[in-house]
Ligand binder design. Sequence first.
Ligand SMILES: [Zn+2]
Length: 434
Amino acid sequence: MDQDGMAHYVLSSTWDEKMESRVSLGGASRPCTRRSELESCEGRAHSRIHLGNYKALWFERTEEEKVTGENVYKRGYWEAKDQEHTMEKGEGPHKRWKVTCERSLQICQRKKNLICFNKKMEVVSLPAVSRVAVCGGTHGNELSGVYLVRELQKKREEADNVSVMTVMSNPRAVQQCRRYTETDLNRCFTTATLSAPVTDKTPYEIVRSLELNSLLGPKGTDRAMDLICDLHNTTANMGLCFISDSDCDWICLHIYRHLQREMPSVPVRYISYDTPISEAFSLESLSKHGFAMEIGPQPHGVVRADIFNAMKEGVRLMLDWIQKFNSGVQFDGGEVEVYTMGKGIDYPRDPETHLITATIHPQLQDHDFRLLHPGDPVFLTFSGKTETYKGPEPLYPFFVNECAYYEKGIALYLGRKKRVVVPSIQLERDCGSG
Ligand SMILES: [Zn+2]
């Protein structure tokens, strides 16, 4: 760890095992319930999941289940899934495939990331993900990431095929246990902000964004990190969400699929902003591939065991996938669900004082990602009146009643869900001959 709260270490299998044994403390190991990609590809040992006494919010164990060790459905989640349907219509697999391939080329060109398709366009070859940064404390009061980065910084072990840097992104905000000190750091990484002149009056977070750009970028260059995983918490009941500027970054989407398979007790979803790289404002936009790992519900300024352990397991599985990819394992393609970041909806407000006049309706609270239909309750005013959703089409709510968004005038986001065809991928071997 240097003076700026940064540490560097190289991932090894021993670190992996220690992570696993720590997570397992106090509980029996639970067998893997789904086949991993690796099993289907090369028949190697599958990734193990040992969540131990981790207690999922969405599932609970009955007395019988405590004997069998199985987590069994608790409430709501699968009913919500049943109600969901794709918002895309009239797009056959062929069209989706074509769109996906074209967009893949676009993103790879814009990130100067060499990519080559084989002649049958079945397997995409990509460069190794050799340099990874795991960042926490970008928002100083989102404590799972703060404490997980500190935990990871204790480890300096050797070997294998990926180097991992851990970064405490906003040490001053972490010290004060605040989201930020002067301005939201995770909005400071646009090309315009990173290239603006610095004066004595420049906010701390903008100065810090320039330091992080030097450390992890520079943004849009070959020297940038291969992948940044930026750890966040939300007060909304969103489970584990990948948040990315792209819906066609195959590395991120394959890691997402890996976590979905290997963490069956936690809802794992993917939200895409689909923002041009120059306008992308978040920390992970500094790297060639990147995403925020957003987990909730957890109050800001608080760390909860279930949320912390889900984050720790998510990071372990991400690094596990990267190691396999770098060692040459081919990962099969498939179709995934991606939510698009839609419009933010503000709370009802008094037209004169601008103070909010309602809270999220109890029928919507904690029901992120449950399809909201026209006429469904959204707000309950302080005088007791229900306000309903008046949009023309059903949409998916998320970041419902997120604490940090009160200041931004956002009570929730409404987005669509679509399906993205992800190709099979493997480590590139010789792009020149393709
Ligand atoms: Zn955050």
